[in-house]
Design a protein around this ligand. Structure first.
Ligand code: ZN
Length: 534
């Protein structure tokens, strides 16, 4: 058997056969020599920017890209070349969800492995592992594939030489150090992060901020202006100079670092420079997509100017000088009982990270004081365990009513809660409607209340700004504040109304909303017939 042993050495790998160096190879050319894609040899023709990614010796790389620019293919090729060229090499692939990892494993990695005669002949035998979440080769290298939905706990204990984090914009920032820790014993410690920007600041922007922010700059033949590509370069007739509107020649470009000090080599790949994307399609997207979508998915840039209903200042102003409570405080809430709101984390939503959150509060006069909040993480997030914990909190905090999210809780967890609390009435289910005009309605068939989502959310936002909803001291409340700051306001053309959407998690906000509304209803502060908060 040919032992294709290759060693890492600067920008190329030294090919060693039976102890003798017989040549050198760069990973990108190695990939083109051995891989096929759709019955044709894998080729990087016309996409030198990808060769740069494959052959870079920088240990940390971040790709900030538009959609459909071969991001996943690039990750697959990068990890395969390293695993094949370096014996005993362990690569770890991580995405935000099981589904994304499965798709990557079967559609990208498997396609390359099964389509390559070279790999089949020299790198595989019956001793090799070929599973969705693990691949191994005869050179003792391994690729492990995993995901970090809701918690990074799954990857703890894995030992890796390089990590590939895909769709990094959907992974909470505090998961990344846990993923990187898998390389603590490695001599390589290579990191490749890839993702498409979203509307607001998130993980990808954080790491992009640490990067060289390398851009493809094109010099204009007419006026000499160097263009770093953005929306101003997009015209119906094609790619134009942002200064003089002359047509730009893609081949007049070069990669330039726009930052001098960096720990990551960061490369932005907009659809504008991808040779096989037709200009007609880009122009259509320019005309049809929202600005935010065009920035994110075509330009590979974040889009920042959508309105946010909250500022950090609003939330700090609504904090009072008091700690979280551990249980009911009779002096505080004399003659009152408290209300508990619960928002469940959706299961299996691709790329969406969410937690089950509980918020507890009660009225002092007409002010709703939040006294407790909890985010269920990792092993705590099992919904049966959550239900048991809620029952404990109901007793501990003298809770009168539980306001719960209808969607996921309906039938399952809410039913379980009713049983454990020994009362159907104590769990009030809410459903957010996007089309209902009234603020709140009773749905007798579904045995739940339906809320006008936008109006209910606006009500809670207003009450926070009026300090009719208050929080404990900022230092205690801050860990939950992002769930409020992630909410943004948009205008829906279809329904001709303001809608709220969220970037990353907003679960604490909805848990508060359910606690507040169930409290308003019991206190008679919500006029069910006129649908107003009085
Ligand atoms: Zn010009």
């Amino acid at each position: 058997m040919v032992s294709a042993v290759l060693n890492w050495s600067c920008t190329y790998f030294r090919v060693v056969r039976e102890g003798n160096a017989v040549g050198t190879v760069k990973p990108s050319y190695f990939a083109e020599a051995i891989l096929t894609l759709g019955n044709k040899p894998f080729s990087l023709a016309g996409r030198n920017y990808l060769r740069f990614v494959h052959d870079s010796i920088h240990p940390n790389i971040i790709l900030r890209t538009g959609r459909q620019v071969e991001k996943s293919t690039t990750l697959a090729v990068h990890m395969l070349t390293r695993a094949l060229l370096i014996p005993y090499f362990n690569a770890l692939y991580v995405s935000p969800s099981s589904k994304q990892t499965r798709i990557f494993s079967s559609q990208k990695l498997n396609t390359f492995i099964s389509g390559s005669k070279f790999i089949q002949q020299f790198y595989l035998d019956s001793s090799c592992v070929d599973r969705v979440f693990e691949k191994s080769f005869t050179n003792q290298s391994r690729i492990v594939l995993d995901y970090v939905y809701n918690t990074p706990d799954r990857v703890r204990g894995i030992s890796a030489d390089s990590v590939y984090v895909d769709e990094v914009q959907d992974i909470p920032k505090d998961f990344l150090p846990v993923i990187f820790e898998t390389m603590s014993h490695s001599q390589y410690k290579w990191r490749l992060l890839a993702g498409t920007p979203k509307r607001y600041q998130n993980t990808i922007e954080y790491y992009w901020g640490l990067s060289s922010q390398t851009e493809y700059a094109i010099k204009c033949d007419s006026c000499g202006h160097w263009n770093i590509l953005d929306e101003r370069n997009v015209a119906k007739e094609g790619l134009v100079c942002s200064n003089c509107h002359s047509k730009l020649n893609l081949s007049n470009g070069q990669w330039v670092n726009t930052k001098r000090d960096f720990t990551f080599k960061g490369i932005r790949i907009p659809q504008l420079i991808v040779p096989w994307i037709k200009w007609k399609d880009i122009w259509e997207k320019h005309e049809e997509y929202s600005s935010a979508q065009f920035y994110n998915e075509v330009l590979g840039m974040p889009y920042e100017d959508a309105a946010r209903p909250f500022t950090k200042g609003d939330l700090i102003a609504a904090c009072e000088n008091r700690p979280f409570l551990n249980g009911f405080d009779g002096q505080y809430f004399s003659g009152e009982r408290l209300y508990l709101g619960i928002d469940y984390a959706p299961g299996g939503t691709m790329g969406d990270t969410a937690y089950t959150v509980v918020v507890i509060g009660g009225f002092v006069g007409d002010v709703f004081k939040v006294v407790y909040a909890k985010r269920y993480k990792g092993i705590e997030s099992d919904l049966t365990d959550v239900a048991e914990d809620v029952v404990r909190l109901v007793k501990q905090f003298n809770v009168a009513l539980v306001g719960a999210d209808w969607g996921i809780g309906s039938g399952g967890t809410n039913q379980l809660l009713r049983k454990m609390l020994g009362s159907a009435e104590r769990v009030v289910e809410f459903y957010h409607s996007g089309s209902q005009n009234a603020l709140i309605k009773w749905d007798s068939q579904g045995y739940k209340f339906t809320l006008n989502r936008t109006d209910a959310m606006s009500t809670v936002m207003l009450k926070i700004k009026e300090k009719k909803i208050t929080f404990p001291k900022w230092e205690y409340w801050e860990p939950f504040a992002d769930d409020f700051l992630n909410i943004y306001q948009d205008y829906s053309e279809a329904s001709r109304r303001i809608i709220y959407d969220h970037e990353s998690t907003d679960d604490t906000f909805h848990a508060l909303l359910f606690a507040y509304f169930v409290g308003l209803m019991e206190k008679g502060m919500l006029d069910k017939y006129f649908s107003k908060v009085v």
